[in-house]
Design a protein around this ligand. Structure first.
Ligand code: PNS
Length: 161
């Protein structure tokens, strides 16, 4: 039986922390669907097409990955995809409250959908898409924190090429 996980997020943009979680998640699951939040009230720097493209390039040598976009409730999407679990990465304690709330709300909405957490690797504990965007916006060097395609795209977006 194939074990499938949905790895949801904004991925605005994808970081090496996300890549690490997916690679390690593939030791637990046969397939991971990277599900990008589409129509939300959130403001994104990158369009859904740009985010999909960056993820596809970042994972091009990694098998058993699907990249997709979703809107509406995450649990509905997970059920539609027949996923066994929702996969989330957890960084420092500061992530805990939000992740706890999200997981419990998802459990309330659909008891059959489980959430699995992987602790972020120590190297990525302080990285987030937001802090990376903030640094990149002012020309900060973010090499090694994001896949090369994302580094390039951020430089283009903020006019540093
Ligand atoms: O990368 P993020 O921004 O932390 O990801 C958050 C995400 C996409 C997992 C969360 O916002 C989400 O699942 N949104 C879809 C709507 C939903 O189901 N919300 C949770 C229950 S109300």
């Amino acid at each position: 039986m194939q074990r499938v996980a949905v790895y949801p997020g904004s991925f605005d943009p994808v970081t090496n922390g996300h890549v690490d979680i997916v690679k390690r998640g593939l030791k637990l699951f046969d397939k991971i669907i990277i599900a990008i939040l589409h129509n939300s009230s959130k403001e994104f720097l990158f369009s859904i097409e740009e985010r999909i493209e960056m993820i596809k390039i970042s994972f091009e040598n990694i098998p058993n990955i699907e990249v997709d976009a979703f809107d509406g409730l995450l649990v509905d999407y997970a059920k539609k995809k027949n996923a066994d679990a929702i996969l989330r990465g957890m960084r420092a304690v500061s992530d805990f409250e939000y992740e706890f709330q999200l997981a419990l709300m998802n459990r309330k909405l659909a008891r059959e959908v489980q959430t699995v957490f992987l602790m972020t690797g120590l190297r990525w504990i302080f990285t987030s898409s937001s802090i990376i965007k903030e640094a990149a916006r002012y020309g900060g060097d973010i090499e090694g924190m994001v896949p090369p395609v994302v580094d390039k795209k951020l430089k283009e977006k903020f006019g540093f090429v």
